[in-house]
Design a protein around this ligand. Sequence first.
Ligand code: RIB
Ligand code: CA
Length: 339
Amino acid sequence: MNAETTSPAQKIILDCDPGHDDAIAMLLAHGNPNLELLAVTTVAGNQTLEKVTTNARALARVGNITGIPFAAGASRPLVGPQLIPDEIHGESGLDGPELPAPGVPLEDTHAVNLIAQVIQDNEPGSVVIVPTGSLTNIALFARMYPELVERVGGVTLMGGGHHTGNMTPAAEFNILADPDAAAIVFEESWPVTMIGLDVTHQVLAVPDRMEQLKAIGTDVAQFIAELVEFFGASYMKERNYPGPPMHDPLAVAAVADPSVVRTIRAPIYVETQGAHARGQTIVDFRRTWSNNDPSGLGLVDDPEATSPNTSVAVDVDTDKFWDLLFDALRRIGDTNFKS
Ligand code: RIB
Ligand code: CA
């Protein structure tokens, strides 16, 4: 949509596995005026590739997202079996509200090829890739199109965490779903910003926020409220949370307005082995550089080390996040997707 902006909107590609929070992320990407959603690609994760792709196309109808390509990507990780957390997202991957029929056709090309085409068609450095699922597609892109990596403006991903996991004590789902792909993505030369559980667990869709959401009064806001109701029940049952974390929307929000998170530039390593630590994202805070304000963690720039290309979000302005989401939904308005 990106109407009424003074500076050019930031172009993004959303690579996702809808997934309740992916769905909210997609609508935020569509409605926020500082973003221009160029393409949506899917990867197996919250459910099978077929299901998350059907969900993504149906969400296009919910949000009246038209004129951009949707393509399906990897159906399993580079190595090992596909993890599917159906205890959180349900049998369809988007259980809760009734979904409309898919609103957009599926491109007759693999997601990786679509990502490459979009990167080639846009100015170098002008497109940020926002993965909100496992990183299989992004790793394949880096390996199939190495000459395009330097044209990518950055990768702002939902995944990992510097102090906790959710699938294991050490690993967050998007990383654990394909640790080998994650290692490739973090080791590449492009700038990577990790929006991990450290911050997403601070942005919970608690009842007060749900009242604000419902007060928007549109059919899309009501749809999200029904998504959150299911998502929240899963999180309460499985993890005793007072509200489900807005994991994926926070990654999109961090691109729409980087001040929504505080980030620190530091080396980040992905553990691909280990009985207990496979999928862990290890942040070396011994070697760090404050990105956008004094770290507040007593960390100072290390003039000796070479500057890492990876950053980790360490704090979040939750009010600013919710303001961004509610504003995007007001801009989308009613789409009459049920008619
Ligand atoms: O761990 C949370 C992440 O895993 C989110 O992206 C959620 O959608 C699932 O993919
Ligand atoms: Ca996701």
